[in-house]
Structures are given as C-alpha cells and as structure tokens.
Design a protein around this ligand. Structure first.
Ligand SMILES: [Zn+2]
Length: 66
C-alpha cells in the first residue's frame, strides 16, 4: 500500500534565516514578530540570529546555510 508523503495538510512557513519550511502550528524555534509579521523558525539559533539583524535576513543580504 502506498502511503502519501503528506497525508495531513499542514501549514508551513519559510524560516527567513535558513529557508527551511517550518510547521506553523509547532515551530521548533518559536516565532518572532517583525513589522507586524510573524516569522517562524526551525530552531532557537535561527530565531536569535534573526532578532539580531531582521532586516539583513529579510532583504536576503544575509542567510545561514544549515
Ligand atoms: Zn532555520
């Protein structure tokens, strides 16, 4: 029997630091608000980095390879 890879539809959002898809209902790194937008993180390290320099990550000037 074939099991579908995504049997349950889950909402995901892109981690702005490492560009991983993060489950918004349970983000492993928590969330951060910036300019009224909520961002989701794959881990606490990404959230800390984002909060140091949110503009740099949102503009694409900086990014972190995992
Ligand atoms: Zn990340």
């Amino acid at each position: 029997m074939k099991i579908p890879l995504f049997s349950k539809k889950e909402e995901t959002a892109e981690d702005p630091v490492c560009h991983m898809q993060v489950n918004v209902s349970d983000p492993p790194g928590g969330t951060a608000d910036h300019d009224g937008v909520t961002y989701y993180f794959c881990g606490p390290g990404c959230r800390v980095e984002f909060q140091k320099e949110p503009e740099a990550y949102l503009s694409g000037e900086k990014s972190m390879e995992m």
